[in-house]
Design a protein. Structure first.
Length: 340
């Protein structure tokens, strides 16, 4: 099956029993993982129960396509439904998926995670054409979509967030659902049980949390890129559980903003005018750090950085890659990068 964007959330809330295979794909790996985990939770009480949830890797499946259908036929021990969780899938896994879809019956629920798959992708086309499978695209959400999501989630937990606070949240975290989920949980933990004193969340509250240890958007870290403070801040974020890929994307979004302003300056704008053109506007407490980075990193350097970040994300997604070390090396290198 192939769904329209407006149909996705309703479908995921109550998937039809005839659907046995769910493909989640797209550039927002955080959203891919979030939706995949939520779907698994509908069929298994514990994602870490090896008798109910069997974890497979795309590379292994590409080498042994018959393994998928063999695993799907195995009975779940102590659970009503067996779930196969296929991660890092791509078109090399297409043969295994095709064999599965051609089977008369698919006993297990199959959840597949993949990166971006184009319209000509073998995997995507097979699943879109099947009546017992669905392909769910996971594209990067903009600030408005993130703000709406945060508003809904906080309301479900008993909180009411103001419009400007939700907008601020979306502007700082749009682009990676994984980071949104992580920071949303931090916020809910910080607020505690909703009561008359804390159930209304305003912009000042969010900024106070960010100024303390909460670091809702890890703004301090990206603002410190290029300074001696950044490596220590990165180490702290990693210790607190921040995902390297999410941090790489955060640096990438920040580098894109710096690059756009540098291009405006090259076109004849002064720094203030160029920064005023930014959409969304930069929070005023971050302006000094932003100006310092503009003075440090040229448009050429920022262009190279953006390309390197894309490469680094791919490297970090490889099985067994030392993702934290690779990111730390880049941050350390940026501390010694001069204008070029």
């Amino acid at each position: 099956m192939k769904l329209q964007t407006r149909e996705i959330e309703k479908f995921l809330a109550t998937p039809p029993p005839t659907c046995r295979v769910f493909l989640f794909y797209g550039p927002d790996s955080g959203l891919v993982q979030y939706r995949a985990r939520n779907m698994i939770a509908k069929f298994a009480n514990d994602l870490n129960d090896p008798f109910a949830v069997s974890l497979l890797d795309g590379e292994d499946l590409a080498k042994d396509p018959s393994r998928l259908i063999a695993e799907s036929a195995m009975l779940a021990l102590g659970a009503d439904q067996r779930v196969l969780w296929l991660r890092n899938a791509d078109d090399k896994s297409g043969k295994a998926v095709e064999t599965l879809l051609l089977a008369d019956e698919i006993p297990a629920i199959v959840i597949i995670e993949a990166e971006e798959l184009g319209p000509k992708s073998v995997m995507r086309r097979l699943i879109e054409a099947a009546k017992n499978a669905v392909a769910i695209p996971c594209y990067v959400e903009d600030a408005g979509q993130v703000a709406q999501y945060v508003t809904r989630e906080l309301a479900a937990s008993g909180f009411q967030i103001s419009r400007d606070a939700a907008t601020w949240f979306g502007q700082n975290l749009g682009g990676d659902r994984g980071m949104v989920e992580q920071e949303l949980q931090k916020l809910i933990t910080y607020l505690g049980a909703p009561d008359a004193a804390n159930k209304n969340v305003d912009l000042e509250t969010l900024q106070q949390i960010a100024a303390g240890g909460g670091s809702l958007a890890e703004d301090d870290f990206v603002d410190a890129i290029g300074t001696a403070r950044a490596p220590r801040m990165l180490e702290k974020l990693l210790q607190e559980g921040s995902a390297p890929v999410s941090l790489i994307r955060m640096i990438g979004r920040h580098a894109q903003k710096l690059y756009a302003v540098q291009l405006s300056i090259q076109a004849g704008d002064d720094m203030k005018t160029a920064m005023d053109k930014m959409q969304p506007k930069l929070f005023f407490k971050r302006e000094a750090a932003f100006r310092a980075q503009l003075s440090r990193f040229s448009a050429r350097t920022l262009s190279r950085l953006r390309a390197r970040l894309l490469e680094l994300e791919k490297e970090c997604k490889q099985t067994g890659a030392p993702d934290e070390t690779l990111l730390a090396q880049l941050v350390l290198l940026l501390g010694g990068t001069a204008r070029a």
